[in-house]
Each structure stands twice: as C-alpha cells, then as structure tokens.
Design a protein around this ligand. Structure first.
Ligand SMILES: [Zn+2]
Length: 213
C-alpha cells in the first residue's frame, strides 16, 4: 500500500480527533462557567482521582480496600449528579464527551481486536475511497455497459488505419463479449485474467490491444 497515502489520511484523522477533543473542552468550559455546581463536581472528581492514585500506594491491604471502596462510591455519586445536572439542562449525557466521527476507533484509525491492533473499518473505507477515486472508477453509475454505444465505433474496416482486417465495431463487440464473460466468471478461479495495455487515456489503443492470457 502507498505509505504516503496512509500518512496523509492519518494526519486527517489526527486533525479531526484533536478538533473533537478541543470542541468538547470548549463545551465543558462554557457549561462550567455558568454552572458553579458543575464546576465543583468536576473539581471533586479530579481530587478523588488523585486520592485514588495515592491510596493504591498504601501498604495495608485492608485500609487500601476500604479507602478505594469509599472513593468509588463518592465517584459514582458525583457522576450520577453530574449527568442529572446535564440532563436538567436538556443536554445529552455525551454532551461533554468528544464527538468522534467513528465511535469504534475514536478517530485514531485503529482498534484493539483480541489483543492485536488492527485497522478500523472507517480507515479501510477511507483508503478505499481515495484509491477508488484515483483509479477513475468513481463514475461507474454513468460509465457502465448500459451506456455502451456501439455506434461510436466505425463499422468500416480499414486495414491500413486500424492494422486489422475487421472494423472497429466488430472488434469492440468481441472485446465486450470477453469482458462481460470475465465479469460473469469473476468468482471462477480458473477464469483467465484480462490485461489492458496502451498509453494512458488512449482508449482506442487500449481496446485494440486487449489480450487474454
Ligand atoms: Zn474507526
């Protein structure tokens, strides 16, 4: 895979992830500035977080367990109060969370699957979309066999001009049959591949030089 393309997409991911985090911070700042109790709850939660870290270092296991249990209860109560407060303001519970485009990978492009880091489907899709457009295959709704017009190919053979004894129209008919057959047999492992050769965008040469291998 083109690594520069991946790097470019991951930079996009970084940008949208930081944007989501920044916007969440801004929403929080704004909400806290007009709701002092919410500000207090946030401060208490931050303080509990520090106390929890410190209590882990206590040697006495019994004291440690009691303290951690108390802190957990306090945390749960505060979180409950916080969400009730937010609900009272007619906001969603997730109002203060970063709103990532992809909830699976939180816009990192990667997820943990059975202790292995794998590419998220959103990133695969993004790579596919870009590669697809680059390959000029984005117009398949318009550029397909239902719009195939034989009449644009001459039905007059001209050996000198086309280096073939059959007309371009007969030639393209043969090619079309081969290509359609290839599509129909695409899942068949014994089906032979098609190779198109010729200068880029030079459709006449491409069609005249179709070989089956
Ligand atoms: Zn994702």
């Amino acid at each position: 895979m083109d690594t520069s393309l991946l790097k470019q997409i991951l930079r996009e991911y970084d940008a949208k992830r930081y944007k989501a985090i920044y916007e969440a911070e801004e929403r929080k700042k704004q909400l806290l500035s007009v709701n002092p109790r919410l500000q207090e709850i946030e401060q208490e939660l931050a303080s509990i977080s520090i106390q929890t870290t410190k209590s882990i270092l206590i040697a006495n296991e019994k004291d440690k367990a009691t303290l951690l249990s108390t802190l957990k209860k306090k945390t749960n109560m505060l979180i409950k109060e916080k969400y009730a407060f937010i609900k009272n303001l007619s906001k969603e519970n997730t109002y203060l969370h970063p709103h990532f485009e992809c909830k699976m990978c939180k816009d990192t492009g990667y997820i943990q699957k059975e202790e292995v880091t794998v590419m998220c489907n959103c990133l695969k899709q993004r790579i596919y979309d870009i590669a697809y457009n680059k390959s000029n295959m984005g117009n398949l709704e318009r550029e397909n066999f239902s719009h195939f017009n034989l009449r644009i190919f001459s039905d007059k053979p001209d050996k000198e001009k086309y280096k073939s004894s059959i007309s371009p129209r007969s030639n393209i008919q043969v090619i079309r049959e081969k290509v359609e057959n290839f599509i129909m047999e695409f899942d068949n492992p014994t089906e032979k591949n098609l190779i198109f050769t010729g200068n880029t965008r030079c459709w006449k040469d491409i069609f005249n030089q179709l070989y089956c291998k």
